[in-house]
Design a protein around this ligand. Sequence first.
Ligand code: PLP
Length: 400
Amino acid sequence: PDPVSRRMRDTKPSASLEAAQLARDLRSQGRRVISLATGEPDFPTPDHIKAACVTALAENRTGYPPVQGIPALREAICQKFHLDNDLDYRASQVIVANGVKQIIFNAMAASLEPGQEVLIPAPGWVSYSEMVRLNGGVPVVLETRWDDNFRLRPEVLEAAITGNTRWLILNNPCNPTGTILTEAEIRALAEVLERHPQVMVLSDDIYEHLRYGSAPYFTIAQTSEAMKARTLTANGVSKAWCMTGWRVGFAAGPQDLIDAMRTYQGQTTGGVMHPAQFGALAALTGSRAFMGPNLEAFRARRALGVQLINETEGLSCHAPDGAFYLFVNCAPLIGATRPDGGTIASDADLTRYFVEEAEVVCVPGAAFGLSPFFRISFACGIEVLEEACLKLRAAVARLT
Ligand code: PLP
């Protein structure tokens, strides 16, 4: 018998994780592959965070953790929302999970009735739509445009809302485009939502601290008390604190929803690895001095990447406002011929060609819901980025 459910047969694996695995597999065959696939800072986790985890281990904090998160961490998260975002929550309204990834999945599991719609701007993170489908919901794409720098417009939102809409997912700064909606743009979206009280908002703010401009950060729960009451604000330590492997994310929102997410988590994974929570506590309460130099490094990589891509005939990209990705337009290369006579018919063909010809791994735009594009992560060393972009350029030059 086929052991796999129809639901899983219909689920796509994460394209970015698959691309990263392809790079690992090729390396294990002895090939010198460069991966620009995953959104993972190359900086190590800061020492004071690692030390807090080691201390927790030495003190035998190795028992089952509280499902919702250790109280001290939830208090620190309340402080973070208060100081960074001017949002006040009780610790009971906060939950800690295995990354923002689990936060979003659990929010969908805890809230969706079969067939309810979830509005997801495209291009957007690879996992949102699969998580919605896995929980019986229907992902609905909100289109944004390259020539509008991928800004979600209120009229596009308004036109997509139905009586069956349950959630809008916002991701600011956005993976893969790096676009940051301004406070005025977010307020305009909130105005639309005021007319549709059945819609909740999931704001995925994981890239909050990776911004290259000077505008203060603004998240939709800040627009009004009424909007805050129907928003789940998700954030975590993976990206800005260089803690992707620790698997700690968190969210704050309406009490009923948080309670349901805790119940779901209690029946599935339980609480997040106990010592990792002490590391996250040290991250949120400790110095952020390391973030400045890290951001400067990202800024230099961003400048170099944008320059090298835009100097490559057939490729172009906007300078992202935040996060650490370039979403590269490759429309002029669709229909081109490879040196071996094959045709580049799609962005997936192009990224396959890049692996074979340039030994550089990127993620096709199709995975993010917009073609023909591909995504480059510049969370790698600047020399690696330069070498990779030059190899891409040479591979593009061999197309006819
Ligand atoms: N949300 C977005 C938009 C992301 O790009 C990522 C990671 O790539 C995540 C969430 C996952 O974050 P975490 O490591 O906290 O699960």
